[in-house]
Design a protein around this ligand. Structure first.
Ligand SMILES: NC(=O)c1ccc[n+]([C@@H]2O[C@H](COP(=O)([O-])OP(=O)(O)OC[C@H]3O[C@@H](n4cnc5c(N)ncnc54)[C@H](O)[C@@H]3O)[C@@H](O)[C@H]2O)c1
Length: 256
């Protein structure tokens, strides 16, 4: 006997689904049986993720969307409703990860990281939650960062944006729990994605990725599938009593 994941078909939106963690989350939710709308600024990568899901026997739609553009969010969600149905699962994963010494961070760079990481998450929730309310059920997972919990040298703007995502998550949980909607945050740490490799190549991770293994309690580098497993768990029907929580997926690197 097994416990069903969902009592009815579910439609999920994954932002930043064209790379790294977003690919793994899209594939995992599709493998669990959801139809997945893969949103990304980069249309080719979104199409590649969607094609991979379809080849594996799942249902997917690729949507080109800049999460910093409200009109693009509204158009993409409308397209999802028309082609797949009402979205009731939302994974706000799209993000940019700039580095910079505090005194050298420009207002443009600050505004951009807030527009993508925070306002994009805020506005995606505003556009999708009415569909969840209509259905009386919803699951939102916002991808934060361990740097929101610990701070990170050279990432004041990024850490601030990701810490704000946690405040947004907790407040939304309180406002929409009564509507059957849960809202949780997953802050990853050190997950092997193109973004982590870019940071390593730019010398922002000390001597590299492997040197962090001895200081990681589980003695390995995190993988996108680790984050996907946590998101999939939080999106299940039987995770309905878990809301407003911050589930660190970090191999024990950050224990708070
Ligand atoms: N990899 C890690 O170790 C790590 C650690 C902490 C937090 N995170 C967070 O996890 C999320 C995914 O990170 P990743 O490592 O997979 O990064 P990634 O760079 O590999 O993928 C990010 C994806 O988001 C898309 N994207 C960027 N800006 C966008 C925009 N304005 N609109 C739509 N899509 C946009 C990119 O095109 C890309 O496909 C990010 O929010 C990141 O901050 C990652």
């Amino acid at each position: 006997m097994s416990v069903p994941i969902w009592s009815q078909p579910r439609i999920a939106i994954v932002t930043g689904g064209g790379s790294g963690i977003g690919v793994a989350v899209s594939e995992r939710l599709a493998a669990d049986g959801a139809a997945v709308a893969v949103f990304d600024l980069d249309g080719e990568s979104a199409a590649a993720t969607a094609a991979g899901i379809e080849t594996a026997g799942g249902t997917a739609l690729a949507v080109v969307c800049d999460v910093a553009d409200r009109a693009a969010i509204e158009a993409g969600v409308a397209e999802t409703v028309e082609r797949l149905g009402r979205p009731t699962i939302l994974i706000n994963n799209a993000g940019i990860t700039p580095f910079g010494r505090f005194l050298e961070i420009s207002r443009e760079s600050f505004d951009q990281v807030i527009a993508v990481n925070l306002r994009g998450t805020f506005e995606f929730c505003q556009v999708v939650i009415p569909h969840m309310v209509e259905e009386g059920w919803g699951r939102i997972v916002n991808i934060s960062s361990s740097s929101a919990q610990t701070g990170n040298f050279g990432q004041t703007h990024y850490s601030a944006s990701k810490a704000a995502v946690i405040g947004l998550t907790k407040s939304l949980a309180k406002e929409f729990g009564r509507k059957g909607i849960t809202v949780n945050a997953v802050p990853p740490s050190f997950v092997e994605t193109p973004s982590l490799h870019r940071a390593a190549e730019a010398g922002q991770l000390g001597r590299g990725i492997e040197e962090h293994i001895p200081t990681t309690p589980v003695r390995r580098v995190g993988q996108p599938a680790d984050i996907a497993a946590a998101c999939a768990f939080l999106c299940r029907d039987d995770a309905g009593y878990i809301t407003g929580q911050v589930l660190g997926v970090n191999g024990g690197r950050v224990i708070v």
